[in-house]
Design a protein around this ligand. Structure first.
Ligand code: GDG
Length: 733
């Protein structure tokens, strides 16, 4: 039975040493640990990660391993130096600032990168040590971006999911990283890649298309003939846990205590880890402007600001801490009085009951990060509002803003907008608060952490099932042997071969894709075989086909079926075709050439082709869409079809297609061996026209009407070589 393995930088437990040097195990209360608890604690499932302590002593390691194993955890022991360079270094000083759009803070240090690779490999070794080949492995977050592909190399059949908890930046920012390509290659080892928001997903897809040159189809990426799904899965919270905590006696007694010392002031709450992405100084400046603009609120409202210590041995964070301390001091000094403190500032963390009491008491939650993958604090605030009284002010830069549109959504850089939002929140009627709260609570109750876990894992199963179905199409060696045997034993053969992308690779200049000697030899030998019809079925014009291969006894379909040449016959068209439409369509395509550098038009007898292979990535695709929609209605009235090929848009008469052309050979044939090979979707018509017993072979993609699939034109050549091999072997006397 396949198991599920969770992998993250940290285990959901913190191992510490007490004063006596004994190991102590403190479970983590984080949302992820709760959500994934239902997964990793079951049966043989396991969570792999760092236990949070530098182990020097081998006996301690053994003891911890055994103890953690009992709780379905598998430790990856990291040294102080590894944590310094891989975690604090590359993860937090290179990736974190870049992914949060603070790229001017990012350090590009080779030593960090080398260690990041090494530690990812270390995680891989541990995963491979615990995992079975068909297990499901779910990798979490930016510390382990190289891991999916490393695992894929060792366990090619595993189901691998990757989830990024922080934002994925726009290509323009991501490209700044010297190791951008390697990072994407690493993530692309996964079968399913998840982000919090659609924007993160779209940024990732655009980076993959520009950096790895792999496009996508509705979030599906094809890589190494494996379909990878990319989608957004906004993370939720353990709603019931926060609602229950808000109702617990411990929480209520704390609330009474805090209330007594605060009096009847209104309370605004903010809770963050110390980080420049959270916009803490800006929030303080906003509160300053608010008190200045609305002096009537002086003495009436306080800001309870909790900053959880983090990374404060790093220079940037140290400076941030000093800036926050200074601002708090300045504002309290400026407005404070004997019986009112504007800002209650705590630089430490609190137990959950305290947090719940704060959530309950706060009239307003001020969640204004400059950038945040999701932000769970705002969701916890909503879940804790049992009486539905309270207002959430939420930065549009937090992933949560996409779901919580009933909050007051603000741009944290627009300080005056946030000041107005505070005023609106403090004066909002309770009925209105209840309406907004109800909507948000309904959303969060449904999209809770358990829902998130299920959604992701179910999708991963689906992706893998689809891959397996597709994999049956891969032409393996036994199927190849059967094909060759059938070919050998057949009496009459029809071989339909597409040209570009099938027999030769694509060339940015179509006229340079001439057949080489190996191909000429293959075609010559095939056509010299008895009762063997070789039909080159191409979109190319007839003259090129004739010039390149006309010397052999080969038959042709040119321009997708406009022209055909059967054995012993001359070229002929398929009937009365009208090409006068070209005069109307050509100027339109010329207009697109004028505004799209390096695109060009190819003119055939009954079709026009707009090529964009050399055009800047993205622009070509955009123009192709524009042309297609421009010609949509025009083409119907003119009896034309607009086809999208490999970096081309082709316009031709509706009655022309490769399938219809191939029928000419099929209808009067007694062939007992029929094969069709092609790589792009114009070949799908050929595949569909073939009899059931035919060998239909798609080159590249697995998604096709063809029965089989081979990797590339080299695999096609290899197959054809094997077909002609017996005819080439000299007969021994
Ligand atoms: C990453 C992404 C994304 C805070 N102070 C105390 C305390 N907390 C808890 C909160 C909340 C969590 O810490 C912070 O939430 P984040 O959303 O910032 O989560 P992170 O894991 O830090 O960040 C983020 C998230 O991953 C999930 O994908 O939302 O964007 O950066 O749960 O309650 N908890 C306790 N005492 C405190 O003083 N007990």
């Amino acid at each position: 039975m396949a198991r599920t393995i969770i992998v993250s930088n940290r285990l959901p437990v913190k191992v510490q040493k007490n004063d006596q040097g004994e190991l102590q195990y403190k479970p983590s209360e984080g949302g992820l640990a709760t959500g994934l608890g239902s997964i990793y604690k079951v049966g043989d499932n396991v969570w792999v990660g760092w236990p949070g302590l530098y182990f020097q002593d081998e006996n301690n390691k053994k003891e911890a391993t055994a103890r953690l194993k009992d709780e379905n955890m598998w430790p990856v022991f990291l040294t102080e130096n590894e944590i310094k360079l891989y975690y604090e270094g590359f993860s937090n000083e290179t990736l974190w600032p870049t992914f949060h759009y603070f790229n001017e803070y990012a350090l590009y240090k080779k030593s960090y990168w080398l260690e990041y690779q090494k530690v990812n490999q270390k995680f891989c070794d541990e995963v491979v040590a615990v995992a079975n080949p068909d297990d499901t492995i779910w990798v979490h977050d930016y510390q382990l971006m190289l891991l999916p592909d490393m695992i894929r190399q060792k366990l090619p059949d595993a189901s691998i999911g990757f989830f990024l908890h922080i934002p994925f930046p726009s290509f323009e920012v991501f490209r700044l990283l010297p190791w951008r390509r390697e990072l994407l290659d690493g993530v692309l080892g996964s079968d399913l890649i998840g982000f919090h928001t659609y924007d993160d997903m779209r940024h990732f897809l655009s980076s993959v298309s520009r950096i790895n040159f792999i496009g996508n189809n509705h979030g599906q990426i094809m890589r190494d003939r494996r379909t990878i799904a990319v989608d957004s899965f906004p993370i939720g919270i353990d709603y019931d846990k926060y609602a229950a905590s808000a109702a617990s006696p411990a929480t209520l007694s704390r609330e009474v205590k805090f209330r007594t010392s605060l009096g009847d002031q209104k309370l605004m709450l903010s809770i963050d880890r110390l980080d420049y992405s959270k916009g803490i100084p800006a929030r303080l400046q906003i509160f300053d402007i608010f008190l200045n603009k609305h002096p009537e609120y002086q003495g009436k409202v306080s800001l309870l600001m909790i900053v959880v210590p983090s990374r404060d041995n790093v220079e940037k964070y140290k400076n941030l801490k000093e800036e926050v301390d200074l601002l708090v001091g300045r504002i309290n000094g400026k407005y404070g009085s004997m019986n009112w403190t504007p800002i209650h500032y705590f630089y430490r963390s609190f137990p959950l009951e305290d947090l719940s009491a704060f959530y309950r008491m706060a009239n307003v939650a001020l969640v204004t990060p400059m950038r945040d993958g999701m932000n769970l604090v705002c969701k916890e605030y909503i879940a804790s509002k049992l009486d539905k009284h309270g207002v959430l002010i939420l930065s549009e830069m937090a992933g949560a803003s996409k779901e919580l549109s009933e909050a007051i959504i603000v741009n944290p850089n627009d300080k005056h907008q946030v000041v107005d939002a505070i005023y609106e929140a403090l004066t909002m009627q309770e009925e209105e608060q209840e309406v907004h709260m109800s909507y948000m609570q309904d959303t969060l109750k449904k999209f809770n952490i358990h829902h998130w876990v299920k959604l992701f894992l179910d999708r991963l199963t689906l992706v893998k099932d689809n891959q397996k179905k597709m994999a049956t199409k891969v032409m393996d060696s036994s199927m190849k042997a059967k094909l060759l045997q059938d070919f050998e034993g057949s009496k009459e053969r029809l071989l339909f071969l597409d040209y570009d992308g099938t027999l030769v690779p694509f060339n940015s200049d179509p006229q340079k894709a001439k057949p080489d000697q190996q191909l000429l030899d293959i075609i010559e030998t095939l056509t010299a075989m008895d009762n063997t019809h070789v039909i080159i079925i191409s979109g190319r014009d007839k003259n090129t086909l004739q010039n390149w291969l006309g010397q052999f006894d080969v038959e042709f379909v040119g321009e997708h079926g406009v022209w055909i040449r059967m054995r012993g016959e001359d070229w002929k068209t398929i009937g009365a075709l009208d090409g006068s439409w070209k005069d109307e369509i050509r100027p339109i395509l010329e207009m697109y050439c004028d505004k799209t550098p390096r695109s060009f038009i190819e003119e055939k007898d009954f079709s026009l082709v707009w090529h964009y292979r050399k055009v800047e990535t993205g622009l070509g695709e955009l123009r192709a869409r524009e042309i297609i929609s421009h010609l949509k209605y025009l083409s119907v009235n003119m009896n034309l079809q607009v086809l999208e090929g490999n970096k081309v848009v082709e316009i031709k008469n509706l009655e022309v297609n490769k399938g219809k052309a191939s029928v000419r050979w099929l209808e009067n044939s007694k062939a007992d061996f029929v094969m069709a090979i092609g790589d792009d979707w114009t070949d799908e018509d050929t595949f569909k026209a073939m009899p059931k017993h035919a060998y239909t072979v798609k080159v590249g993609d697995l998604r096709s009407a063809a029965r089989f699939s081979v990797r590339d034109h080299l695999a096609v050549r290899n197959l054809l070589e094997k077909m002609v091999a017996p005819a080439k072997t000299p007969i021994k006397s």
